[in-house]
Design a protein around this ligand. Sequence first.
Ligand code: ADP
Length: 292
Amino acid sequence: MRSERKESMRIHLNHLNMIYPTGKLALKDISLTLESPSLVGLVGPNGAGKSTLMKLLVAGLLPTGGTISVDDVPLSRCEKKLKEKLGYLPQDFGLYDELTVREFLDYMAALKGIRDSKAAIESAILATGLEEKRKARIKTLSGGQRQRVGIAQALLGTPEFLILDEPTVGLDPEERIRFRNFFSQTAQDKLVLLSTHIIEDVQSVCDRLIVIDRGQILFIGRPEELVLQARGHVGVFLEQGGDEKTSALRIISRVNTAEGVLCRGVAEVLPQEARSVEPTLEDAYLYLITQE
Ligand code: ADP
């Protein structure tokens, strides 16, 4: 059931600020553009502001400063239209434990006002591999299966814009790989924004990365560009037995070898004894975060 020619969608955030009533500044001067089709990874440590940013995008929160526009129309004037095109998996997604998977999806489809709900539900069930669990009560599902139900409801009605807040939480490694590929496939004709604190989830599938920390954007660009920034700042060396001389060094891993403990670390200036190595995306991310 493919729709005709899809127009691309453009969401622009302009100098966005979010201060919670408690006084907490959760986002500070965020400006960025999201355009379909693409798979964008929103990465940052816990508390960085990822969920807040996503809630603002789905108009679940109002910013205390700045504006959001969708195809050049302010969000306040196109909220209903955006919601029709939107699939959202919030982080603290509550499921109705007594309902079966099918009943729950039926209910969500009704809330979304989806006309051909039967076909929409079946396609979401297939996409998330829940065929065997159609009639299972949600309270009997494992953590990973519940997360899949959450993803299935976000997919109802084949939305043009998917916002997934930590979609891989609770999934086992195999499921995570499956979903990574699935999101990458889905993003071919959509805008998919997925947040995670696990850099592996976005490695090799995202076209763009947005790294935020403490409410501010540290990086927007292609994953390879982030890796380039860390060149010359990642090294391996044998642990000397005492505190390392470089105070700003962050050790990523320690491995026991015949020669001693081999450390891998990132730093603005590597210790003299370190041999510089090609950064991975995870190294580059940690380098960026530690620079702050
Ligand atoms: P992330 O999703 O990256 O973990 P959040 O967006 O949930 O980060 O939170 C960003 C910051 O805002 C954190 O310091 C968090 O404690 C704070 N925060 C989140 N929600 C609220 C709220 N409803 N009221 C007050 N502070 C909040």
